[in-house]
Design a protein around this ligand. Structure first.
Ligand SMILES: O=C(O)CCC(=O)C(=O)O
Length: 269
């Protein structure tokens, strides 16, 4: 099955050894520096709340005194090879939304939990369901160490929950959001592979199978009013930086969306 067909039917696809060792090494160098800064600043929350991710790695707070590296990072994560592959797979306009880094919780008491990404947003489940087939929110997972780190339920990008899935996701009728669900697949990835999956399909992490995890997720998508409001302009290239970025399409569209939003917001003030 080719990647496009696989995504269409299953909501995910893996492009094996898509990135070279040099690209992984450069991404890792920058991510490690950011992750160390974030850990130092958030160590208490990391332990107390058993955090499993951080977000907004492109935020200027991580590039104080090394502005050039921010441009380098924007370029590395939106290579021509990757934007072309996404264009080929989805044949639609894609914008850059954010980044996240996933790792294991500080101790092994925390269990991975099934969810759809907008589940913890203020958007009701009914509205998410109604818009499900009009949305395309994506993660591109770039594992920096080998992992069996994500478990997905194929086809849930095309349909809403079964009764059991609903009970599990929302912990209803005595169910827990960490119990096993039928038809799930655990994805095995090696550095160089990328996993593309639909953020609104039912998925969860996997901690137990991985002594350590460090996966950079690029959050991208087709513009949609439900998610555009979550776009943080601080995570995007500035007017000055964008001129130094060669492959700008994802960022140009994100900047346009952010500018429209801020215009709309000021119109209501
Ligand atoms: O890798 C994980 O721990 C969870 C992944 C996930 O929930 C996500 O990418 O949205």
């Amino acid at each position: 099955m080719d990647a496009r067909t696989q995504f269409k039917h299953q909501g995910h696809t893996i492009l094996k050894q898509f990135l070279g060792a040099d690209e992984i090494q450069q991404i890792t160098r920058i991510v490690n520096r950011i992750y160390e800064q974030w850990r130092a600043e958030n160590y208490y929350a990391l332990v107390e709340q058993q955090l499993i991710n951080m977000h907004s790695l492109t935020h200027p707070q991580y590039f104080q005194g090394c502005g050039q590296e921010r441009i380098e990072f924007f370029e590395l994560i939106a290579s021509v090879k990757l934007t072309h592959a996404m264009q080929h797979l989805f044949n639609t306009e894609i914008y850059f939304h954010n980044t996240q880094l996933f790792f294991n919780p500080h101790n092994n008491e925390k269990q991975p939990y099934w969810h759809r990404d907008l589940q913890y947003s203020p958007i009701t489940d009914a509205v998410q369901e109604a818009e499900h087939n009009n949305m395309l929110s994506l993660h591109i997972r770039i594992p920096l160490v080998a992992e069996k780190g994500v478990e997905l339920i194929p086809d849930t990008h095309n349909r809403w929950d079964t009764e059991l899935e609903k009970n599990v996701r929302f912990e209803l009728n005595g169910h827990s959001n960490s119990e096993a669900l039928p038809d799930s697949v655990i994805i095995e990835l090696h550095p160089g592979d990328i996993l593309i999956f639909n953020a609104q399909m039912i998925h969860r992490g996997n901690y137990a199978l991985n002594p350590t995890r460090k996966a950079l997720d690029l959050c991208l998508g087709k513009p949609h009013p439900l998610v555009e409001g979550f776009l943080d302009p601080m995570g995007l290239p500035t007017d000055e930086e964008i001129n130094h970025i060669h492959n700008r399409t994802w960022y140009d569209l994100a900047r346009e969306l952010a500018a429209t939003q801020s215009k709309n917001k000021s119109a209501y003030l």
